[in-house]
Design a protein around this ligand. Structure first.
Ligand code: SF4
Ligand code: SF4
Length: 188
């Protein structure tokens, strides 16, 4: 009894000379190749060309500074608590007299690390932050050879100081503004 109509009768007739030379199979293959030759390419010349990211793409994090170059993060730990991957660790410290130009509030993150191998780029840290301090951007972690290099510290995360690198600061702020605009679009 035949259960489906998917079975095919096997062709057992002897091959003719053209079939023995694989001519029909070659022509069939060439037809498929030529058919694809004139179709629009699905691949791109990465990294020279890049595709636009999805509006909901979430990439590498950055830690924000205010216009005076002071770090926004107060090491409250809410991002670490919100993180489902337990990828964020930090050490809090008290701001000392004379450090008002470095840290916006009395407490700051002396150490702040994100393990990018654990991170699932969910964006919950960004949503949990009450200090406008952490944002995910449209960049991704570059490939590397050691696991240690995927632990991003403050030197990788904090955006440039506007007094020392105004161009870098402006660029980083542009990424943050872009991120905020997209978040507003999604909630609208
Ligand atoms: S994006 Fe998600 S997983 Fe990654 S550090 Fe933030 S909260 Fe954790
Ligand atoms: S990034 Fe935001 S939520 Fe995380 S410790 Fe700093 S201030 Fe708190």
């Amino acid at each position: 009894m035949q259960l489906t109509n998917r079975s095919k009768q096997v062709d057992r007739r002897p091959m003719n000379w053209a079939e023995k030379m694989y001519m029909p199979a070659i022509l069939k293959g060439m037809k498929i190749t030529l058919g694809h030759f004139f179709k629009k390419k699905v691949t791109i010349n990465f990294p020279e060309e890049t595709r636009p990211f999805s509006p909901v793409f979430r990439g590498l994090h950055i830690l924000n500074r205010d216009e005076e170059g002071r770090e926004n993060c107060t090491a409250c730990g809410l991002c670490a608590v919100a993180c489902p991957a337990e990828a964020i660790t930090m050490d809090a410290a008290e701001r000392l007299p004379g450090e008002e130009n470095l840290y916006r509030e009395e407490k700051y993150a002396a150490k702040y690390e994100i393990n990018m191998l654990r991170c699932i780029f969910c964006g919950l840290c960004e949503e949990a932050c009450p200090k406008d301090a952490i944002y995910l951007t449209e960049t991704f972690a570059p490939a590397n050879y050691s696991r240690k290099s995927f632990i991003y510290g403050k030197d990788n995360l904090v955006i440039p100081d506007p007094k020392k690198d105004p161009e870098g600061y402006k660029k980083a702020k542009g990424l943050i503004d872009e991120r905020k605009a997209k978040a507003n679009q999604q909630t609208a």
